[in-house]
Design a binder for this molecule. Structure first.
Ligand SMILES: CC(C)(COP(=O)(O)OP(=O)(O)OC[C@H]1O[C@@H](n2cnc3c(N)ncnc32)[C@H](O)[C@@H]1OP(=O)(O)O)[C@@H](O)C(=O)NCCC(=O)NCCS
Length: 259
Protein backbone atom coordinates (compact mmCIF):
# COMPACT_ATOMS: atom_id res chain seq x y z
CA UNK A 1 0.00 0.00 0.00
CA UNK A 2 1.28 3.47 -0.94
CA UNK A 3 2.40 5.56 2.05
CA UNK A 4 -0.17 8.26 2.73
CA UNK A 5 0.60 11.83 3.68
CA UNK A 6 -2.08 12.90 6.10
CA UNK A 7 -2.60 16.33 7.62
CA UNK A 8 -4.77 17.09 10.61
CA UNK A 9 -6.28 20.56 10.92
CA UNK A 10 -9.36 22.22 12.37
CA UNK A 11 -12.57 21.92 10.32
CA UNK A 12 -13.58 24.80 8.03
CA UNK A 13 -17.08 25.50 6.73
CA UNK A 14 -15.85 24.76 3.19
CA UNK A 15 -15.23 21.15 4.33
CA UNK A 16 -18.88 20.60 5.22
CA UNK A 17 -20.02 18.73 2.10
CA UNK A 18 -17.09 16.31 2.16
CA UNK A 19 -17.46 15.70 5.88
CA UNK A 20 -21.16 15.04 5.47
CA UNK A 21 -20.52 12.63 2.62
CA UNK A 22 -18.28 10.57 4.93
CA UNK A 23 -20.92 10.81 7.66
CA UNK A 24 -23.61 9.48 5.29
CA UNK A 25 -21.47 6.49 4.34
CA UNK A 26 -20.49 5.76 7.95
CA UNK A 27 -23.69 5.76 9.96
CA UNK A 28 -27.22 4.41 9.39
CA UNK A 29 -28.62 7.61 10.96
CA UNK A 30 -26.25 10.39 9.86
CA UNK A 31 -26.12 13.75 11.61
CA UNK A 32 -27.66 16.64 9.66
CA UNK A 33 -25.20 19.19 8.29
CA UNK A 34 -26.12 21.86 10.78
CA UNK A 35 -24.92 19.70 13.70
CA UNK A 36 -21.38 19.91 12.31
CA UNK A 37 -21.66 23.67 11.98
CA UNK A 38 -22.85 23.99 15.59
CA UNK A 39 -19.91 21.96 16.93
CA UNK A 40 -17.49 23.97 14.77
CA UNK A 41 -18.65 27.33 16.09
CA UNK A 42 -18.91 26.12 19.68
CA UNK A 43 -15.39 24.71 19.91
CA UNK A 44 -13.35 25.16 16.69
CA UNK A 45 -10.22 23.26 17.80
CA UNK A 46 -12.33 20.35 19.06
CA UNK A 47 -13.38 19.57 15.48
CA UNK A 48 -10.41 18.21 13.54
CA UNK A 49 -10.35 16.85 10.00
CA UNK A 50 -7.79 14.52 8.45
CA UNK A 51 -6.87 15.44 4.88
CA UNK A 52 -4.81 13.84 2.15
CA UNK A 53 -4.09 15.71 -1.08
CA UNK A 54 -6.69 18.29 -0.06
CA UNK A 55 -9.38 15.63 0.26
CA UNK A 56 -11.14 15.19 3.59
CA UNK A 57 -10.62 11.57 4.63
CA UNK A 58 -11.85 11.62 8.22
CA UNK A 59 -12.88 13.74 11.16
CA UNK A 60 -13.29 13.71 14.90
CA UNK A 61 -15.34 16.03 17.06
CA UNK A 62 -14.83 16.67 20.75
CA UNK A 63 -16.84 18.97 22.97
CA UNK A 64 -15.65 19.96 26.41
CA UNK A 65 -17.51 21.60 29.26
CA UNK A 66 -16.83 22.66 32.81
CA UNK A 67 -17.08 19.75 35.24
CA UNK A 68 -19.99 20.10 37.66
CA UNK A 69 -18.16 18.85 40.73
CA UNK A 70 -14.74 20.45 40.13
CA UNK A 71 -15.29 23.71 38.16
CA UNK A 72 -11.56 24.18 37.44
CA UNK A 73 -11.65 20.92 35.48
CA UNK A 74 -13.56 20.02 32.36
CA UNK A 75 -15.22 16.91 31.00
CA UNK A 76 -14.80 15.96 27.37
CA UNK A 77 -17.17 14.11 25.07
CA UNK A 78 -16.02 12.47 21.85
CA UNK A 79 -19.13 13.29 19.87
CA UNK A 80 -18.23 11.89 16.45
CA UNK A 81 -15.50 10.03 14.58
CA UNK A 82 -15.51 8.64 11.08
CA UNK A 83 -13.02 7.75 8.36
CA UNK A 84 -13.75 7.71 4.62
CA UNK A 85 -14.42 4.11 3.58
CA UNK A 86 -11.47 4.15 1.12
CA UNK A 87 -9.04 5.16 3.85
CA UNK A 88 -9.93 2.83 6.71
CA UNK A 89 -7.48 0.49 8.43
CA UNK A 90 -4.56 2.80 7.74
CA UNK A 91 -4.17 4.16 11.24
CA UNK A 92 -6.11 7.39 10.65
CA UNK A 93 -8.84 6.61 13.18
CA UNK A 94 -6.16 5.87 15.73
CA UNK A 95 -4.40 9.18 14.93
CA UNK A 96 -7.59 11.14 15.35
CA UNK A 97 -8.45 9.47 18.67
CA UNK A 98 -4.91 10.10 19.90
CA UNK A 99 -5.19 13.76 18.91
CA UNK A 100 -8.59 14.12 20.58
CA UNK A 101 -7.23 12.61 23.81
CA UNK A 102 -4.33 15.08 23.72
CA UNK A 103 -6.79 17.90 23.07
CA UNK A 104 -8.92 16.84 26.07
CA UNK A 105 -5.85 16.77 28.29
CA UNK A 106 -4.83 20.17 27.03
CA UNK A 107 -8.27 21.46 27.97
CA UNK A 108 -7.71 20.06 31.47
CA UNK A 109 -10.44 17.46 31.07
CA UNK A 110 -10.28 14.78 33.72
CA UNK A 111 -12.43 12.35 31.79
CA UNK A 112 -13.53 11.63 28.23
CA UNK A 113 -16.83 9.91 27.53
CA UNK A 114 -18.41 8.64 24.32
CA UNK A 115 -21.29 6.51 23.13
CA UNK A 116 -20.77 3.70 20.67
CA UNK A 117 -23.24 1.27 19.17
CA UNK A 118 -23.27 -2.11 20.87
CA UNK A 119 -22.81 -3.65 17.39
CA UNK A 120 -19.79 -1.53 16.46
CA UNK A 121 -17.02 -3.95 17.41
CA UNK A 122 -14.40 -2.10 15.34
CA UNK A 123 -14.85 1.20 17.17
CA UNK A 124 -15.20 -0.47 20.58
CA UNK A 125 -11.92 -2.27 19.95
CA UNK A 126 -10.22 0.96 18.90
CA UNK A 127 -11.40 2.83 22.01
CA UNK A 128 -10.40 -0.06 24.30
CA UNK A 129 -6.85 0.20 22.99
CA UNK A 130 -6.74 3.78 24.21
CA UNK A 131 -7.88 2.79 27.70
CA UNK A 132 -11.58 3.54 27.37
CA UNK A 133 -13.66 1.23 29.55
CA UNK A 134 -17.26 0.22 29.02
CA UNK A 135 -19.26 1.80 31.80
CA UNK A 136 -22.91 1.02 31.05
CA UNK A 137 -25.43 0.14 28.36
CA UNK A 138 -27.86 2.85 27.27
CA UNK A 139 -30.99 1.10 26.05
CA UNK A 140 -32.51 2.41 22.82
CA UNK A 141 -29.91 5.17 22.36
CA UNK A 142 -29.90 4.79 18.57
CA UNK A 143 -33.59 3.90 18.26
CA UNK A 144 -35.70 1.02 19.49
CA UNK A 145 -33.47 -1.81 18.39
CA UNK A 146 -30.00 -0.39 18.99
CA UNK A 147 -28.38 0.13 22.34
CA UNK A 148 -25.26 2.16 22.98
CA UNK A 149 -22.36 1.48 25.29
CA UNK A 150 -21.16 4.45 27.32
CA UNK A 151 -17.37 4.33 27.36
CA UNK A 152 -15.12 6.48 29.50
CA UNK A 153 -11.44 7.17 29.92
CA UNK A 154 -9.74 8.98 32.75
CA UNK A 155 -7.32 11.45 31.22
CA UNK A 156 -4.55 11.38 33.76
CA UNK A 157 -3.84 7.69 33.39
CA UNK A 158 -1.59 6.38 30.64
CA UNK A 159 -2.81 2.88 30.10
CA UNK A 160 -3.33 3.08 26.33
CA UNK A 161 -1.75 0.47 24.15
CA UNK A 162 -0.39 2.93 21.65
CA UNK A 163 1.54 5.14 24.06
CA UNK A 164 2.80 2.80 26.76
CA UNK A 165 6.54 2.10 26.49
CA UNK A 166 6.00 -1.31 28.14
CA UNK A 167 4.10 -2.63 25.14
CA UNK A 168 6.06 -0.82 22.50
CA UNK A 169 6.73 -4.01 20.52
CA UNK A 170 3.59 -3.32 18.54
CA UNK A 171 4.79 0.12 17.62
CA UNK A 172 8.37 -0.97 17.09
CA UNK A 173 7.39 -2.77 13.91
CA UNK A 174 6.86 0.49 12.07
CA UNK A 175 7.82 3.28 14.42
CA UNK A 176 10.99 2.40 16.22
CA UNK A 177 12.20 5.98 16.68
CA UNK A 178 8.76 7.04 17.84
CA UNK A 179 8.83 4.33 20.49
CA UNK A 180 12.21 5.49 21.75
CA UNK A 181 11.03 9.10 21.76
CA UNK A 182 8.07 8.05 23.95
CA UNK A 183 10.40 6.13 26.27
CA UNK A 184 12.76 9.09 26.70
CA UNK A 185 9.82 11.43 27.28
CA UNK A 186 8.25 9.06 29.82
CA UNK A 187 11.43 8.42 31.73
CA UNK A 188 13.30 11.72 31.58
CA UNK A 189 10.98 14.56 30.64
CA UNK A 190 7.33 13.98 31.52
CA UNK A 191 7.86 13.47 35.28
CA UNK A 192 9.19 17.00 35.76
CA UNK A 193 6.67 18.60 33.34
CA UNK A 194 3.82 16.81 35.13
CA UNK A 195 5.07 17.95 38.52
CA UNK A 196 4.28 21.49 37.28
CA UNK A 197 0.90 20.51 35.78
CA UNK A 198 2.18 20.20 32.21
CA UNK A 199 2.75 17.41 29.70
CA UNK A 200 4.05 16.82 26.21
CA UNK A 201 2.55 14.96 23.26
CA UNK A 202 4.31 13.40 20.26
CA UNK A 203 2.57 14.81 17.20
CA UNK A 204 4.73 13.30 14.48
CA UNK A 205 7.99 11.45 13.97
CA UNK A 206 9.54 11.50 10.51
CA UNK A 207 11.80 8.45 10.65
CA UNK A 208 13.58 9.21 7.38
CA UNK A 209 14.52 12.80 8.18
CA UNK A 210 14.84 12.38 11.96
CA UNK A 211 12.35 15.19 12.61
CA UNK A 212 10.28 14.97 15.79
CA UNK A 213 7.27 17.26 16.28
CA UNK A 214 6.00 17.74 19.80
CA UNK A 215 3.30 19.75 21.51
CA UNK A 216 3.58 21.13 25.03
CA UNK A 217 0.35 20.73 26.96
CA UNK A 218 -1.39 21.75 30.19
CA UNK A 219 0.41 24.38 32.24
CA UNK A 220 3.39 24.25 29.85
CA UNK A 221 1.43 25.93 27.04
CA UNK A 222 0.95 29.26 28.76
CA UNK A 223 4.27 29.24 30.61
CA UNK A 224 6.60 32.10 29.59
CA UNK A 225 9.52 29.69 30.09
CA UNK A 226 8.14 27.14 27.62
CA UNK A 227 10.68 28.14 24.93
CA UNK A 228 13.57 27.47 27.30
CA UNK A 229 11.98 24.28 28.60
CA UNK A 230 11.59 23.06 25.09
CA UNK A 231 15.14 23.75 24.03
CA UNK A 232 17.07 22.89 27.19
CA UNK A 233 15.15 19.96 28.42
CA UNK A 234 13.26 18.40 25.56
CA UNK A 235 15.33 19.02 22.45
CA UNK A 236 18.75 18.51 24.02
CA UNK A 237 17.69 15.33 25.82
CA UNK A 238 16.06 13.75 22.79
CA UNK A 239 19.04 14.49 20.53
CA UNK A 240 21.46 13.18 23.13
CA UNK A 241 19.58 9.95 23.81
CA UNK A 242 18.46 9.19 20.26
CA UNK A 243 21.22 9.95 17.74
CA UNK A 244 18.83 9.53 14.79
CA UNK A 245 16.88 12.57 15.97
CA UNK A 246 18.18 15.54 13.97
CA UNK A 247 15.55 18.16 14.65
CA UNK A 248 12.92 18.66 17.35
CA UNK A 249 10.10 21.09 16.58
CA UNK A 250 7.33 22.49 18.70
CA UNK A 251 3.82 22.76 17.26
CA UNK A 252 0.73 24.31 18.78
CA UNK A 253 -3.02 23.72 18.53
CA UNK A 254 -4.67 24.88 15.36
CA UNK A 255 -1.49 24.47 13.34
CA UNK A 256 -1.35 22.12 10.37
CA UNK A 257 0.00 18.84 11.69
CA UNK A 258 1.87 16.35 9.52
CA UNK A 259 1.15 12.80 10.61
C1 LIG B 1 -14.08 3.04 13.60
C2 LIG B 1 -13.21 3.77 12.57
C3 LIG B 1 -13.22 5.25 12.90
C4 LIG B 1 -11.77 3.23 12.64
O1 LIG B 1 -10.97 4.01 11.79
P1 LIG B 1 -9.70 3.40 11.01
O2 LIG B 1 -8.91 4.53 10.47
O3 LIG B 1 -10.16 2.36 10.04
O4 LIG B 1 -8.93 2.68 12.20
P2 LIG B 1 -7.35 2.43 12.32
O5 LIG B 1 -6.81 1.97 11.02
O6 LIG B 1 -6.73 3.58 12.96
O7 LIG B 1 -7.35 1.17 13.31
C5 LIG B 1 -7.28 1.37 14.71
C6 LIG B 1 -7.90 0.16 15.41
O8 LIG B 1 -9.28 0.04 15.09
C7 LIG B 1 -9.62 -1.35 15.02
N1 LIG B 1 -10.01 -1.66 13.64
C8 LIG B 1 -9.99 -0.84 12.56
N2 LIG B 1 -10.53 -1.49 11.51
C9 LIG B 1 -10.86 -2.73 11.93
C10 LIG B 1 -11.50 -3.84 11.31
N3 LIG B 1 -11.88 -3.81 10.03
N4 LIG B 1 -11.72 -4.95 12.05
C11 LIG B 1 -11.36 -4.99 13.35
N5 LIG B 1 -10.76 -3.96 14.00
C12 LIG B 1 -10.53 -2.85 13.29
C13 LIG B 1 -8.40 -2.12 15.40
O9 LIG B 1 -8.45 -2.28 16.78
C14 LIG B 1 -7.29 -1.16 15.01
O10 LIG B 1 -6.13 -1.36 15.77
P3 LIG B 1 -4.85 -2.14 15.13
O11 LIG B 1 -4.42 -1.30 13.96
O12 LIG B 1 -3.88 -2.12 16.25
O13 LIG B 1 -5.36 -3.49 14.76
C15 LIG B 1 -13.75 3.52 11.12
O14 LIG B 1 -13.90 2.14 10.93
C16 LIG B 1 -15.06 4.21 10.81
O15 LIG B 1 -15.08 5.36 10.37
N6 LIG B 1 -16.18 3.52 11.04
C17 LIG B 1 -17.51 4.08 10.78
C18 LIG B 1 -17.86 5.18 11.75
C19 LIG B 1 -17.75 4.72 13.18
O16 LIG B 1 -18.10 3.60 13.52
N7 LIG B 1 -17.30 5.63 14.03
C20 LIG B 1 -17.19 5.40 15.45
C21 LIG B 1 -18.43 5.95 16.08
S1 LIG B 1 -18.41 5.69 17.82
Amino acid sequence: MEPLEVLLRPFRIADLDQVHEIERHSFPKPWPKFSFVVFHYKEPDGFQVATSNDQIIGYAIMATERARIAPHERTAHLANLAIHTDFRQRGIGRRLVETMIAYAKNMNAHEITLEVSIHNGVARDLYCKFGFVERKTIRGYYGKREDAILMAKRCLEREDKYSSPNIGVLMAKKEDIRERVETVLNELIRPSLRADGGDIQVVDVNEDKGIVKLRLMGQCTGCPMSGNTFYNMVEKTLKEKIPEVKSVRQVSWGQYLEV
